[in-house]
Ligand binder design. Structure first.
Ligand code: FCB
Length: 458
């Protein structure tokens, strides 16, 4: 690693004491996903995923890129684990690529694929870093899309459960946690309603049918993993973007915010924790509401060991159900997302109050920034401010009663940001895609210092 030694200014006493108030075993981490970093898209028997196919379709990815190489993590994982160690991470969140370990999504397993994850997990454990895995971070085997219609078919549910059981059987004793799904809202809505993500459909009814199948996949995978006696803590990762009315005094704006909250937060939280879909959203969807069979909701509502929440920003809506540009007092990220950390405090307390959830983990939080290398450094003061603001907001929620056990910065490395391609940089480490050289940004130094200070204060 090309470590630069410029350390940003020390943090305030308030920040330090807030962070010190977190539980002693609080997990400091960073997150990635298979499709975004691994590369080796066709190597060692890996099957095609819906994202491989999507990238090959002209116009889908803003910079026309693909994931054949990405960050070459498939080969460079030992170096990347060293970066994690240098940061002082307790935990690392990654995802398994389903088509790497089961190329067709059913039938034969690919031992070379399992071997890669075996080596990665060993490398992490040797570095004292707890592996936190996700089973589905959006890269469905393309063969399933071709043969059964992918997530549109209920047939995907038992197939996913088989895959989950196999991962838990092979790795359940070495993984700290296994999350079934990452952000099912994105798979369903961005994949089937807005066409921004693979497989790129534009049909709201499909999106909600897919959301139902994803939730069933979650439930069936939980059962399959419990059945093999997995020692890992099991849960799900949901993306929560709290909804605000543009004008809090306007009845129409408040209703729009309530519907947005219903489709984003309650549509997933209610079935998982209460075994029912929110009635106001079922009514709002009308004919687009999913077809639900007897027993489906009981399958979805499984006991969880943890709930992962991915938090980036908030949404502001007007009475015509449109997203409007928020005030942005703290500015916007390079994705155009408003920086609004106080929503994290409010939201964690709300979830705690309304759902009595299992222990919470912030499984993703971070920002894209227009980073560049200047004199051998990446000066990303905006990311440091974002990190500090969100850690403060998290610690405040904990002080007020939310049970949050860990924080994973998204992402360890600059990587393939889905339909934005490689143009959006979220990493603590800058990646030069021509040479694959990693360079610690100023924020990586800051995060490292914050983790070290937390540990020194114990
Ligand atoms: C989340 C995804 C993650 C990454 C970040 C920026 O929605 O889970 O893969 O793309 O957004």
């Amino acid at each position: 690693m090309n470590a630069n030694d410029a350390t940003p200014a020390a943090d305030t006493a308030t920040f330090r004491s807030l962070i010190q108030s977190l539980p002693a075993d609080f997990q400091w981490g960073s997150a990635t996903s298979a499709a975004q970093i691994e590369g080796a898209g066709r190597e060692d028997g890996k099957g095609e995923s819906i994202w491989d196919r999507f990238c090959a379709q002209p116009g889908r990815i803003k910079d026309g890129s693909n994931i054949d190489v990405a960050c070459d993590h498939y080969r460079r994982y030992p170096e990347d684990v060293k970066l994690m160690r240098w940061l002082g991470l307790d935990a690392y969140r990654f995802s398994f690529s389903w088509p790497r370990v089961q190329p067709l999504g059913r039938g034969g397993w690919n031992e070379a694929g399992f071997d890669f994850y075996d080596r990665l997990i060993d490398e992490l454990l040797q570095a004292g870093i707890k592996p936190n895995a996700t089973l589905y971070h959006w890269d469905l085997p393309q063969a399933l899309d071709d043969s059964i219609g992918g997530l549109l078919s209920r047939e995907v549910v038992p197939l996913f459960a088989d895959y989950a059981g196999e991962i838990a059987r092979r790795f359940g004793d070495r993984l700290a946690t296994i999350a079934t799904l990452n952000e099912p809202w994105c798979s369903a809505t961005l994949g089937y309603e807005t066409a921004q993500f693979a497989p790129g459909h534009t049909n709201r009814a499909e999106a909600y049918q897919v959301s139902h199948h994803l939730l069933m996949m979650h439930g069936a995978a939980m059962q399959a993993m419990r059945a093999v006696g997995s020692k890992a803590q099991l849960g799900i990762v949901l993306n929560h973007t709290p909804s605000f009315p543009a004008d809090p005094l306007s009845e129409a704006d408040r209703r729009a915010a309530r519907i947005d909250d219903g489709t984003n937060v309650r549509w997933y939280m209610d079935p998982v924790f209460r075994g029912q879909y929110p009635a106001d959203i079922v009514e709002y969807l009308g004919a687009d509401a999913p077809r639900v069979q007897d027993g489906d909701l009981a399958l979805i509502q499984q006991p969880l060991d943890f709930l992962g929440i991915n938090f980036y920003t908030r949404s502001v809506l007007n009475g015509r159900q449109q997203f409007v540009t928020p005030p942005g007092e703290l500015g916007f990220t390079d994705m155009g997302w408003e920086i609004y950390p106080q929503a994290l405090t409010q939201h964690l307390l709300r979830i705690t109050r309304e759902y009595t959830p299992p222990p919470l983990v912030i499984t993703e939080n971070g920002m894209a920034n227009a980073d560049s290398i200047v004199d051998g450094r990446v000066p990303d003061a905006a990311r440091i401010a974002y990190l500090r603001g969100h850690l403060e907001a998290l610690a405040q929620a904990v002080a007020l009663g939310a049970d949050v056990r860990g924080y994973f910065y998204w992402s360890l490395l600059d990587n393939f940001e889905w339909n934005s391609g490689y143009q959006k940089r979220f990493g603590l480490f800058h990646v030069d895609y021509a040479t694959q050289q990693r360079l610690a940004k100023d924020s990586a130094h800051w995060y490292r210092d914050a983790i070290a200070a937390f540990k020194a204060g114990r």
